[in-house]
Ligand binder design. Structure first.
Ligand code: FPP
Length: 249
């Protein structure tokens, strides 16, 4: 159950690096694919828990641009898992009002997977309970270069003047252009890295790292992350006294 004491401090946008599936399986003398299957169950539970808690945007790092370097068998298992999980869960998530979108370069995926992604996206496009963004074949550096290419093309065809390039114009070309920046970043699995996730958008995000492996990330751990966020004071470069003063006005 969601505890009531987080008050108004619920993050509007959470992003997660779901790390530790492989180690979770290896510890149980099972193949890594078993860990990924368990990881899908945790993913499902996180979507439901954070939606109930009032989170409006959830961005999950499912497959990085660098994950293609894993053994072919593991990459194939992950691709198969994306396809089957989407097939299995889309209708139920749709009934719960979840809007599902993929960010990243999907051109490398099989036609079957691309078709499933498109049909999931169009079925859920008007839902409003939670925006679920799945980052697949995504990299923060790719996202920035992609935005630059779009802007350069607009400059070249005269649609844009260089003096009009500012932060908001640049951000309008990123994958999550219509989404507020993440308030809370969670990484499970013990590593304390951003690993080329939403590198532009994480500028002021609160970071939460836990040693818990993704398949073991229970609703209790999810609530612990929300509680930790509620305790943080977000200053955006100001002093603590200024922030307290603003809250009293
Ligand atoms: C990192 O653990 C996990 C991944 C690369 C895959 C994450 C994918 C899922 C949890 C499935 C989500 C499914 C959908 C449809 C969104 P790791 O393999 O790097 O673990 P390790 O660090 O212990 O080796």
């Amino acid at each position: 159950m969601v505890s009531a004491d987080t008050g108004n401090s619920i993050p509007a946008h959470i992003c997660i690096i779901m790390d530790g599936n492989g180690r979770w399986a290896t510890k149980r003398l099972m193949p890594r694919s078993y860990g990924h299957k368990k990881g899908v169950e945790t993913t499902r539970s996180a979507v439901e828990y954070f939606a109930k808690a009032g989170v409006k945007h959830l961005t999950l790092f499912a497959f990085s641009s660098e994950n293609w370097n894993r053994p072919v068998d593991e990459v194939n298992t992950l691709m198969e898992l994306f396809l089957t999980s989407l097939k299995k869960n889309t209708d139920e998530l749709n009934d719960k009002g979840i809007r599902i979108r993929f960010i990243g370069d999907r051109s490398a995926f099989s036609q079957k997977l691309r078709d499933q992604i498109s049909s999931t996206e169009s079925l859920t496009q008007n839902n409003q309970t939670l925006n679920l963004n799945i980052a697949a074949n995504y990299g923060g550096q790719w996202d920035i270069i992609n935005a630059l290419q779009i802007i350069t093309a607009k400059l070249e065809n005269g649609e844009l003047d260089s003096e009009n390039i500012d932060q908001s114009l640049f951000e309008s070309q990123l994958s999550l252009a219509d989404t507020p920046e993440p308030d809370l970043f969670i990484r499970t699995g013990g590593e304390q890295r951003i690993s080329n996730f939403l590198i532009w958008q994480l500028a002021y995000t609160e970071l939460f790292f836990t040693d818990v492996l993704w398949p073991d990330f229970t609703t209790r751990e999810m609530q612990a992350a929300l509680d930790e966020y509620a305790r943080r004071q977000r200053r955006y470069g100001k002093t603590g006294d200024q922030i307290v003063g603003e809250m009293q006005c």
